[in-house]
Design a protein around this ligand. Sequence first.
Ligand code: FES
Ligand code: FES
Length: 162
Amino acid sequence: MKIQFTLNNKPCLIDSDPSEKLIDVLRRENLSSVKQGCMSTSCGSCYVLLDNKAVASCHIPVGITIGSEIITLEYFSKTDFYSDIMKGFEKAGVSMCGYCNAGKIFLAYEILNILNEPSRDKIKLIAARINDCCVEQNTFINGILYAYSIHFDKEKLRKNGH
Ligand code: FES
Ligand code: FES
């Protein structure tokens, strides 16, 4: 079946069984940031943004992505959001062992994107979607809070013409 979506801001048409997992399609497209880990939604290594939401691509049948926008770290790592998230992580001492980078970064993005005033409790609920990570959860939450203030303080300055 022909399946069309937007991949990293470009139109993409693939021929696939709709039940094939998105992770396998993306890896065939040579997107090496999408890594194979637990294959059961808990490690974060295969995470992508699907219509701006952080999802485990090991769990998504490609058939449901028709017409969607999919972003992987290859593209996201060139954005302002990415550099602000990385600064926040660095400030909090969130280590990046390489295994679950996509999961941590895309969950942080989702939180920055959807929560107006992120509280520790609200962040904790979303961050708990990755539960296999070697970073202590409080450190991860601190990193997200730092990223939030770095990103939105900059936005405020921009709006005020600085
Ligand atoms: S491989 Fe998908 S969440 Fe672990
Ligand atoms: S498994 Fe998440 S940083 Fe190591």
